[in-house]
Ligand binder design. Sequence first.
Ligand code: NAD
Ligand code: IPM
Ligand code: MN
Length: 359
Amino acid sequence: TNSYRIAVIAGDGIGTEVMPEGLRALQAASEAFGFELDTTEFDWSSANYYSRHGQMLPDDWFDTLRTFDAIFFGAVGWPDVVPDHVSLWGSLLQFRRHFDQYVNLRPVKLLAGVPSPLAGRAPGDIDFLVVRENTEGEYSSVGGIMFEGTERETVIQETVMTRTGVDRVLRYAFELAQSREAKHLTSATKSNGIAITMPYWDGRVAAMAADYPDVRVDKFHIDILTANFVMHPDWFDVVVASNLFGDILSDLGPACTGTIGVAPSANINPDRRFPSLFEPVHGSAPDIAGRGIANPVGQIWCGAMMLDHLGEHAAAAAVQDAFEAVLARGDSSVVTPDVGGSGTTQTLGQAIAAAIAAP
Ligand code: NAD
Ligand code: IPM
Ligand code: MN
């Protein structure tokens, strides 16, 4: 039987609440489909680990994690204990960079049983993929502060785009678009205002488009693109964006599908030299943490994406079918408040695990 070694990092806040439900679904899938998951949990959180050690990770984290088949991650960040830039640059952003997880794949899908805040939208109307550049761009440590403490105080943070970095994520997005029925790729830009890096991005898109004559390519400036996500979400199939633009689009997209609580993401190292990392799009949600009402579907959907990445395609499809079926059933005593129910993280997680079955 196939066996996979999974590093589990639940993190902070609702990360610790949705993770057990993610693992419950994976356990059910492993029993139904006959493979083994060998999980190792790491308590690398702000609330516990940072409080005790003054850093987010042990010094040997890279060697510890690199031999795992995948990393299953909850959420990190607890701003009362550690400033967010310290906790996130101390963990998640290090994983993305050092493990070269240069694609952040974030599906956006309106699911049956989850009401959209957009009038008149039904399942099928919103079903697209955001491909977010995940290792460079606007997220850079190039910059600094000058004349600190004076009236001339000046703060600079540079955007970094490398040809390798841009081309590799665009290549992934073009291949993905080509593999889909619609074969439609939309690029997020802002070349009118950000007049050095974004025209460069556009130029790389245009150059690569020549290799994919069957893919229909268009682009929108990020401002109108956000508007179009709301006005015309049915226009999109694969959307490729730089790091910051992709971050924003991948909260807005799921909001259009009713809740960010269902949204998953795969931080992928496509050449498989390093483990990929699977985490919900949402964070630690301090406003609802501790109440047991966080929606676990984002974490469970991440589990499905991880199984797919590991090659367990039938199991991945069964997990996906299970959460879609339970949400579609719409039993208000089972589903969580963000989708209009009175259920809990556990009632929803248990119902999904119970629905996972081999065909
Ligand atoms: P957030 O995603 O944690 O929460 C935003 C809003 O969405 C909140 O109202 C929250 O209650 C709601 N929400 C989020 N997940 C939900 C779920 N599963 N079910 C129901 N409702 C849900 O974003 P934030 O408040 O900006 O950030 C809180 C902390 O999390 C910060 O420290 C931030 O840096 C961190 N964060 C971490 C990650 C990550 O680890 N990948 C991602 C985003 C934010
Ligand atoms: C996400 C998060 C992270 C990001 C934060 C927590 C650094 O918002 O995964 O979307 O901006 O990438
Ligand atoms: Mn985000």
